[in-house]
Design a protein around this ligand. Structure first.
Ligand SMILES: N[C@@H](CCC(=O)N[C@@H](CS)C(=O)NCC(=O)O)C(=O)O
Length: 223
């Protein structure tokens, strides 16, 4: 009998979403347990050595770090989301790492306190998406027709922009037709759409509003 899977989650965490998307794509049943990261419960700290979500509890074993969770699911569950070819697979892993670096710039973008840092983060994001524009083919997904783990990593990234677009025009995805088409495809993929709860936009808005950042100032202007 397969072991029960529990995904320790946070409502806004993009790394959690990667795991939820992969589980859904593979048709694997799992239970999601939400954690208050500002007041981490004991059960969570007991299974999360870094105190971060996601953690996938497999029976009595805790697997942490989203990319490790993705690889574990790939090794143990059907419906592969990595390519067969080892070199292609390595390339996909590289772009998932790139996705983590984009997430770090997104954090810098919404947390920036001053105009200069905000501008630097906007430019860094724009450059990263320009790089992606060069790599993308004809779609609809990162590497053609097959939805892959790279798509699972970027669905949550593009989701931020649905909210950023309501705050202002930052030009980050401008003149990047392949990136734009990819974003649209990922938004309608059921596994991506259902990786967050329906109140995600409201929760993200209120999280960003309270950051005391340059972006919070801009939110105050549109609110
Ligand atoms: N490298 C980690 C990053 C996970 C991460 O940063 N999780 C955030 C939420 S999105 C977290 O748990 N932060 C709480 C903390 O650092 O105390 C992964 O890929 O799983």
């Amino acid at each position: 009998m397969s072991q029960p899977l529990i995904l320790a989650s946070h409502h806004l965490c993009p790394y959690v979403q990667r795991a939820a998307i992969a589980l859904t794509e593979k048709g694997v049943a799992f239970e999601r347990r939400h954690v208050d990261l500002s007041n981490k419960p004991k059960w969570f700290l007991a299974i999360s050595p870094l105190g971060k979500t996601p953690v996938l509890k497999v029976g009595g074993t805790a697997v942490f770090e989203s990319t490790v969770i993705l690889e574990y699911l790939e090794e143990t569950q059907g419906n592969p989301l990595h390519p067969d070819d080892p070199l292609k697979r390595a390339e996909h892993r590289s772009w998932i790492e790139f996705g983590s670096s984009v997430l770090s710039d997104i954090w810098g973008f919404y947390a920036a306190q001053d105009t200069e840092t905000f501008k630097a983060k906007t430019d860094a994001l724009s450059a990263k998406f320009a790089r992606l524009e060069q790599r993308l083919g004809n779609g609809p997904y990162f590497d053609g027709d097959a939805f892959s783990l790279v798509d699972a990593a970027f669905g949550p990234i593009f989701r931020y922009f649905d909210t950023f677009d309501c705050i202002g025009e930052f030009g980050i995805l401008h003149s990047k037709p392949k990136v734009t088409a990819w974003r649209e495809e990922l938004a309608i993929r059921p596994s991506v759409a259902t990786a967050v709860s329906s109140d995600y936009p409201t929760l993200l808005w209120s999280f960003l509003e309270k950051r005391n950042s340059r972006l919070s100032d801009l939110i105050a202007r549109v609110a």
